[in-house]
Each structure stands twice: as structure tokens, then as C-alpha cells.
Ligand binder design. Structure first.
Ligand code: HEM
Length: 459
């Protein structure tokens, strides 16, 4: 059985039809040849874009010369009302300074400190599923979004999702996503810069409300830090880190921008990964049984310990394979700041460079059985050096996701905790079809039947 994959469009369509397809879904708007091509050029009346599937080119853009290929602000545009000048949308010196302050909070050692908060969120997710685990169809994305938002609140600000402000931020984020800010036309149909950009009223309104709530918690935390009674969590770490080059810290306004991106980048992506992992386990019960057996053996019946993570190998490989087949960030866009030559072709200054984990991860010339679900491949094939720039769920190079280590602890942990307690099965006649919203989601959600697994009493 092959996990669901959206149908490709015919090879040639008009720009108008392409724009319409794109608006409906960026993935099925693409032709099938992109799963075999090393590079593809798209011509629009205003400029060209190049989708790069050649790992050497991906390496050049992301790892070797990232400064020459900054983020394209056409794409960041849709997120601007919410994210302001956060690390996700800046470039150059401003971006480098932000990463110098943020990165220490995500270093390996900090993960151990963050772990108990992740376990508490995992237990919350297990408990919330209990009343739904009677075999009815459960929309699992809503559950995983809730769980991932809980992880972020607990690790960043030491507050659970039940906290009134956390609950409001979470519900406003859902409303914000429904306004589909990324589908701002300026982000999709690359228009010349002189055409003004509009955001829908609802996009601006939800962004304003989210930012006001975040300002409240961030300002309160500044006061706690000043008074010497702040909890030792990620927010405190980031807000007390000084930039080694300039000696300054984030002020409250700057921190609000960063908190907005942590919520967005941190919870949407992990929620997507966890939902698809559960869906794949429902489709492949053999892997689900292996993971359940591993979870019971490694974690026993009590709360998991940080040291257990290294032994949850099946859980980790299932998550890696999920991120290959359903990368939460399916495409990234950069811009050429000077003329380039790519695979013998001239690429003009200003061209859009599209890096597509979606296509790279399913590329017929890079992977064996590219559309199959096989977590076992990570022991061999996927470990190959040549795939270093072909498997990029967290991007690559200096601009890679700072939360990668965090997510690779969080998602396998929550998956193992959920599968230790529950069995998941597909809902007949309701296959989940991937569609690229802010992150990769199910077109009509992802529905699963959940039942208790039944396990030995606590040791
Ligand atoms: C499975 C989970 C995750 C995936 C697949 C993922 C993927 C990515 C990718 C592909 C990028 C690069 C985007 C681009 O360059 O256009 C990125 C950036 C980022 N991610 Fe993640 N991410 C995940 C979880 C997290 C978490 C948990 C956090 C924080 C708690 C986080 C924070 C960020 C931030 C701040 C950036 C911007 C970095 C920059 O531009 O310098 N992510 N992520």
C-alpha cells in the first residue's frame, strides 16, 4: 500500500489556471515531472522561479552561500502582521543577531531541562483522548495541535494550555490560520514590488489579538526577570541571553516577535508531524505494533525519562520517515541576489529559488521506492552522505530550524506515549489527502478511530 499522495496536474497549463490551482493547493498545482527532474524553470510575466532538486544545488543555496540567497520577502509577506520582524522573516545582520540570542536556548543540554514539560504535555494529550477512545472517528489534527501548543506554552512560559491566556492564544491562532494568511496573493503570484500588498481584515485582526496576548505574558516575564523570580524556562533563557557580539538583549517588543514565531513554527509543524505519524501507523499496523512494544518496553507504564529517548529507535525512525513523506514545511523560497549559473542555465538576479522538501523527499532518482512508508530505510539508505541535502525536513545550513532537536525529542515522545496507550485505525472511506496550508495538513482533516490498547498494571 502507498500512503496518500496528491494527484499531479497536467504538464502544461495556462498561468491563470496555475494560479487557481496554486490557490487551491500548492502540491497538486505541480506537474509529475518534478519528481524526476533535477531542476525546473517556471516563467511568469514578471520573473522566473527555479525549483531545485539537485542536492548539490540545494547545498549551494542553503549551506555554502546562504547570504547570497536570502529569504524572499514576497513569501514572508503573508506572515508579516503576525510575526513583525521575527527571526523567521529577517535577513542579513538583523537575522544573525537574532539567531545568536535564540540558539543557546535550544542547545542539546537544554533539552534535558525542557523534557519534564514535554512529558506533562504528552500526558495531557493522552488524558484528553480517553473520552474519545471508543472507536468513533476522531479528528486527530485538532488533538495534535492542542498537544503541540501545550508543549510550547509549558516549555516557553511554564504555563499549561488550560491557563486562560494560553487557551486564548491557541484559539486565536486557529482563527488566524483559518484566514489563511499565507494565501495572500502577493505571496503566491509573484508580483512586482510596486504593487501594494493587502492583508485580509480578519488576518490583521487575529494577528493583532494574538500579539496583544503575547505582549501581556512577555511584559510580565520581563518584570519577573527584573525581580529575580522568573522560572527557568525557554523564555527566561532567551530574554536573559546577551548577544556575544553587541552585549545587548531582546527588549520586550523584539521578544514578542520571537514568541509569535515560536508559537507558530513550533506548534503548527510538530502538530502536523504527529498527526501524519499517527495516520501512517494506522495504515501500517505492523509498524504500530512494533512501536507499541518498544514504548512499553522502554518506558514501562510510568512517566518516561529523558534517557529513554535514545532507546525509542522505532519511534524515532517512524518520525523521520513521516517527515520524509509528509514534510510539515513542504516548500521554501529564496531569492537570487546576483546572476547565477544553475546546471548550465543562467539565473537572473531577483529570480525565486524554490527548495521543495516535498519533491526532494519523494524524488525517483534519489530514493528507492520513494512513495513507500519504510521507517527501516533510515538504518541504511537514508544514512548515506549523498542524501545530506536530499533529506531536509528542517532545512539545512545556518538557517536550518533551531527547534530541530526539540522537535525530534517532542514528536517521538508524544507518539510513543500515545501509542503505548491507544490503538489507532483508519476510518474507512476517509483517506487523508495532504494539502499545503501554513504547514502540510489533511485536506479535510485527518480522521482516525482510537481505542484503548490495554496494558499491564503499573510496575
Ligand atoms: C517537526 C517539527 C518542525 C519542523 C518540520 C520544522 C521545520 C522548519 C523549517 C523547514 C524551517 C526553515 C524554514 C525556511 O527557511 O523557510 C524552520 C524554521 C524555524 N523553526 Fe522549525 N520546524 C519544526 C519545529 C520547530 C520548533 C519546535 C520550533 C521552536 C520551538 C521551531 C522554530 C523555528 C524557527 C524560529 C525557525 C526560523 C529560523 C530562521 O529563519 O532562522 N521549529 N523550521
Amino acid at each position: 500500500m502507498i500512503p496518500p499522495k496528491p494527484p499531479a496536474r497536467p504538464d502544461r497549463v495556462s498561468l491563470w489556471r496555475y494560479a487557481r490551482l496554486f490557490r487551491a493547493d500548492i502540491l497538486s498545482a505541480q506537474p509529475a515531472r518534478l519528481y524526476r527532474a533535477w531542476m525546473a524553470e517556471f516563467r511568469t510575466p514578471f520573473f522566473r522561479s527555479y525549483l531545485c532538486n539537485d542536492p548539490a544545488l540545494v547545498g549551494r543555496v542553503l549551506r555554502d552561500r546562504p547570504d547570497d540567497f536570502p529569504k524572499s520577502d514576497r513569501v514572508s509577506e503573508g506572515l508579516r502582521p503576525l510575526l513583525g520582524r521575527s527571526v523567521f522573516v529577517t535577513n542579513g545582520a538583523a537575522w544573525r543577531r537574532q539567531r545568536r540570542i535564540i540558539d543557546p536556548a535550544f542547545e542539546g543540554g537544554r533539552l534535558r531541562d525542557t523534557f519534564p514539560a514535554m512529558v506533562a504535555a504528552g500526558q495531557g494529550a493522552v488524558d484528553r483522548l480517553a473520552p474519545l477512545a471508543d472507536g468513533r472517528a476522531v479528528e486527530i489534527e485538532a488533538q495534535t495541535s492542542h498537544a503541540a501548543a501545550d508543549v510550547i506554552f509549558r516549555t516557553l512560559f511554564s504555563i499549561p494550555i488550560e491557563n486562560a491566556t494560553a487557551a486564548r492564544v491557541f484559539s486565536e491562532f486557529r482563527a488566524h490560520q483559518r484566514t489563511q494568511p499565507v494565501l495572500n496573493p502577493a505571496a503566491l503570484i509573484p508580483l512586482p514590488r510596486w504593487i501594494p500588498r493587502f492583508h485580509r481584515r480578519e488576518t490583521r485582526a487575529t494577528a493583532r489579538r494574538i500579539r496583544r496576548l503575547i505582549e501581556g505574558v512577555t511584559a510580565a516575564r520581563m518584570d519577573e526577570i527584573a525581580a529575580g523570580r522568573a522560572p527557568d524556562d525557554l523564555a527566561t533563557k532567551i530574554m536573559t541571553t546577551t548577544d556575544p557580539e553587541t552585549g545587548d538583549r531582546f527588549d520586550t517588543a523584539e521578544m514578542v516577535d520571537q514568541v509569535a514565531i515560536f508559537f507558530l513554527a513550533g506548534h503548527e509543524t510538530s502538530a502536523s508531524a504527529l498527526a501524519w505519524a499517527l495516520y501512517l501507523l494506522a495504515l501500517f499496523p505492523g509498524w504500530q505494533d512494533r512501536l507499541a512494544a518498544e514504548a512499553a518496553e522502554v518506558m514501562g507504564a510510568g512517566p518516561p525519562a529523558f534517557a529513554d529517548m535514545a532507546r525509542l529507535r522505532v519511534a524515532r525512525d517512524v518520525v523521520r520517515e513521516t517527515l520524509r513523506l509528509y514534510p510539515p514545511v513542504p516548500m521554501m523560497v529564496r531569492e537570487a541576489t546576483r546572476p547565477e549559473r544553475f546546471r548550465g542555465r543562467d539565473v537572473a538576479r531577483g529570480a525565486q529559488i524554490v527548495l521543495s522538501p516535498w519533491h526532494l523527499h519523494r524524488h525517483a532518482r534519489l530514493w528507492e521506492r520513494p512513495d513507500d512508508f519504510d521507517p527501516g530505510r533510515f538504518a541504511g539508505e537514508a544514512g548515506r552522505e549523498s542524501l545530506r541535502c536530499a533529506y531536509i525536513p528542517f532545512s539545512a545550513g545556518p538557517r536550518a530550524c533551531p527547534g530541530a532537536g526539540f522537535a525530534m525529542t517532542e514528536v517521538p515522545l508524544l507518539l510513543a506515549m500515545l501509542i503505548r496507550d491507544y490503538r489507532v485505525a483508519p476510518v474507512e472511506g476517509r483517506p487523508a489527502m495532504p494539502v499545503a496550508h501554513l504547514t502540510l495538513r489533511g485536506r479535510d482533516g485527518i480522521r482516525l478511530r482510537v481505542t484503548p490498547r490495554g496494558r499491564a498494571p503499573e510496575r
